[in-house]
Ligand binder design. Structure first.
Ligand code: GDP
Ligand code: MG
Length: 163
């Protein structure tokens, strides 16, 4: 069985785009509207010779950020079981939001190692968000552009010790 890598983050940060990039097919629906991914999606990912199962989650979508209902949390928690590592995706153009901080607090107490992925980092627009991502306490964030396929070698290096 391949090791599992789970993608977690608030709506619209580019989780499904990253999933598609790693799987190489348009398996996950990408949409400008938050909440399009309804279920967990599994794909076989290939990254510079690494093979793993990638899991796209939507556990923090359709969610009232102030209440974090147990149903949504339980969905993501279930997905975390058996994962070797979690990719916590943030939007480096938007910077950290209260929901990002909430998810980060939640991930910090999970037993699964976390790599922070600062997505939408193409060009210079993401520099501020990348800097903010250092403050999350998950070590060096990986600057990535899922849409443009940039930063994948850095993602590979970050994943390698966990797979
Ligand atoms: P999800 O809700 O986290 O699954 O996010 P999606 O993958 O559906 O992407 C949300 C929006 O962000 C879409 O409009 C994507 O085209 C856009 N997006 C995803 N990755 C990138 C990126 O690397 N750079 C930029 N500029 N936009 C991106
Ligand atoms: Mg999605």
């Amino acid at each position: 069985m391949l090791p599992q890598v789970i993608i977690i983050g608030r709506p619209n940060v580019g989780k499904s785009t990253l999933f598609n990039r790693l799987v190489g097919k348009k398996l996950a629906l990408v949409d400008d509207q938050p909440g399009v991914t309804r279920d967990r999606r599994f794909g076989e990912a290939h990254l510079l010779g690494l093979d793993f199962t990638i899991v796209d989650t939507a556990g923090w979508e359709d969610d009232d950020p102030s209440s974090l209902p147990g149903r949504m949390r339980a969905q993501t928690e279930a997905a975390l079981v058996g994962a070797s590592v979690a990719l916590f995706v943030i939007d480096s153009r938007a910077g950290l939001t209260p929901l990002d901080e909430e998810i980060a607090r939640w991930l910090r107490v999970s037993p699964v190692p976390v790599i922070c992925v600062a997505n939408k980092a193409e060009g210079k627009a993401g520099d501020g968000g990348l800097f903010e991502a250092f403050s999350l306490g998950f070590g060096d964030p990986v600057a990535l552009s899922a849409e443009h396929g940039q930063g994948l070698a850095d993602l590979f290096e970050a994943l390698l010790p966990h797979l």
